[in-house]
Design a protein around this ligand. Structure first.
Ligand SMILES: Nc1ncnc2c1ncn2[C@@H]1O[C@H](COP(=O)(O)OP(=O)(O)O)[C@@H](O)[C@H]1O
Ligand SMILES: [Mg+2]
Length: 250
């Protein structure tokens, strides 16, 4: 893996998908080995695209690539603190900001990236076939079943989800560590980790965010949905995308 060539870089994160993230001042470097270059390059084009829309987030500072060693995506530091670092007193206001920001993201147009449901389910089928599902991502209830049985549930619900599909620009991994907030105003300052950004059903993001609010913040997500503009979220789609996501990593 290509580490940024300087002692001034501090390792801040070792990611799930064989990436390492370093920081030096106001710049983050996300680095991967040769096998991850296409994926990291896809993230780079998504960061550039989102920056072009004026939506708050990191900007691309540089791209380093070496034939044998892999690549590094250098981005500007998004100000503020990640959602998982906010104190409980901040959760109410922060989730309202998050709801309206996701609504704005989902309202963007002319996105060149697609994340079709068929492709996401195919990824899940591949992860399950390789027996690579990470049990840490599953609930106790799901762990009682075989991953192939979880996939069967996804496949069984697919016709329903396709019958009500609402394709919008989704973040694709809308979990709290990927959303930054101003700790004073509790407004969202930006979104990071855009490797899965693309047009997909809006519940891709809503399901992930809502379950995080529940699990990480012990919060009722109703104010989040209200700020997003949904008075009656579709529980079937929330369940569907909540179950599909953990099957796609690995
Ligand atoms: N541009 C950035 N601004 C602020 N923090 C960042 C930035 N890029 C990465 N980070 C920090 O590094 C962590 C890992 O980076 P991320 O792109 O989310 O990788 P992963 O795919 O491993 O989740 C983030 O959760 C965040 O704390
Ligand atoms: Mg992340």
């Amino acid at each position: 893996m290509l580490p940024p060539r300087s002692d001034e870089w501090t390792l801040v994160d070792v990611g799930e998908s064989d990436t390492r993230v370093y920081r030096r001042g106001d710049v983050f470097a996300k680095c991967c080995d040769r096998s991850g270059v296409a994926e990291l390059a896809a993230e780079r084009t998504r960061v550039e695209w989102l920056t072009g829309t004026g939506f708050p987030g990191a900007t691309v500072v540089d791209w380093l690539e070496a034939q044998s060693d892999g690549a590094c995506l250098l981005t500007s530091a998004v100000p503020g603190v990640p959602g998982d670092a906010l104190p409980p007193s901040a959760h109410g206001a922060a989730m309202q900001s998050l709801g309206s920001v996701l609504r704005e993201l989902h309202a963007l147009t002319d996105c060149p990236f697609e994340r079709p449901l068929a492709a996401v389910i195919a990824t899940a089928a591949d992860v399950v076939r390789r027996d690579a599902v990470n049990p840490d991502f599953l609930t106790d209830e799901w762990r009682l079943l075989k991953p192939s049985e979880l996939l069967d549930q996804v496949v069984a619900e697919r016709p329903y989800v396709e019958s009500v599909l609402e394709p919008v620009v989704c973040h694709g991994d809308a979990c709290l560590p990927n959303v930054f907030f101003d700790p004073r105003t509790l407004k969202v300052t930006g979104l990071i980790d855009l490797g899965r950004l693309g047009i997909a059903d809006r519940y891709t993001d809503l399901a992930l965010t809502a379950i995080q609010l529940h699990d990480e913040w012990s919060a009722d997500p109703a104010p989040f949905f209200a700020a997003y503009g949904l008075s009656e979220p579709d529980s079937r789609r929330l369940e569907f995308f909540r179950l599909l996501d953990p099957l796609t990593w690995g």
